[in-house]
Unconditional design. Structure first.
Length: 291
């Protein structure tokens, strides 16, 4: 029989051995510092949601204010995923080039809500995000992409890029249930009150739309089924793009949380292991939020 001290020592060594072989956590970097939205309140939620998944450790890179961002050079290459909560002044050319090299070389990029408003003149960024809004985007930026008659169509008609009606809860409808991010999710679920982005337009190359939401004219929308969860391939890298997440309340939606966690893992690794559907996942006509 093992002596008590020996038993404790044996247990500790076994624990350390198991820990040594445990899968290391993925590293994510949230970029913020400028945004026309409340990034000081939403970045902590993005960090919490990713860390709560058990998959990530999360750092934050906060830019200076103003237009002179010289010296703002996050080390993207140190991470598996970069999460953009940024909408502001242009980055230094070296920082732009570093993000392009990171994603093209196999890194993951996560684009949240107003991050798709950023950098309208940066060609590679618009290719990475697929579709964007505001910033002077128009038909020269690329098509609108909508879901009509059971398929996605590219609309090249003239018009501005980016708008939304009043904030309201809206139903997200899965259009691709074979992708790892949406596999196993309910076919429809109600998202907490949010800005429903519509009229997004961009290159839309290597774009896969996983879910849409109906932009109701009664709330100031387009009357179209608009992209709401997207992926984009860029070189060897992967981009997860969610136009949802205007406010802390919107980010507390369980549907937002689960798809952010899944989308970020997919962007980082190309697969999704975080497949359990929580019991509090929203119903087709019922919002579910966490405090």
């Amino acid at each position: 029989m093992l002596h008590r001290t020996s038993f404790i020592a044996y247990g500790l060594s076994l624990f350390l051995a198991i820990a040594a072989f445990a899968e290391p956590k993925l590293k994510a970097l949230v970029v913020d510092g400028q945004n026309n939205h409340d990034w000081k309140s939403t970045t902590p939620l993005l960090k919490k949601h990713l860390e709560d998944s058990g998959l990530f450790t999360v750092d934050v890179a906060t830019s200076p204010s103003g237009t002179d961002l010289a010296g703002f050079e996050p080390k993207f290459a140190d991470y598996q995923a970069v999460v953009s909560n940024y909408n502001g002044a242009a980055w230094p050319k070296a920082t732009e080039d570093a993000l392009v090299a990171f994603v093209h070389g196999g890194g993951g990029l996560v684009v949240v809500h107003a991050a798709n408003n950023s950098f309208p003149e940066w060609k590679e960024y618009n290719e990475m995000i697929g579709l964007g809004g505001w910033g002077g985007r128009n038909e020269k930026s690329g098509p609108y992409v909508r879901f009509k008659d059971g398929k996605f169509v590219r609309d090249t008609s003239p018009g501005g890029g980016g708008s939304h009606g009043s904030q309201h809860p809206f139903q997200v409808v899965v259009r691709n249930d074979k992708h790892p991010i949406t596999a196993g999710l309910p076919s429809a679920w109600m998202h907490a009150p949010d800005e429903l982005y519509d009229r997004l337009r961009g290159p839309a190359d290597n774009l896969t739309i996983l879910a849409t939401a109906y932009s109701d004219p009664g709330t100031g929308g387009t009357g179209e089924h608009e992209p709401m969860i997207m992926t984009i391939g860029y070189g060897q890298g992967r981009v997860f793009h969610t136009p949802m997440g205007h406010s802390p309340d919107a980010m507390r939606c369980v549907g937002f949380i689960v798809t952010l966690q899944r989308g970020s893992e997919w962007a980082a690794t190309g697969k999704v292991t975080h497949t359990t559907i929580p019991e509090d996942f929203p119903k087709p006509n019922e919002v579910s939020v966490r405090k």
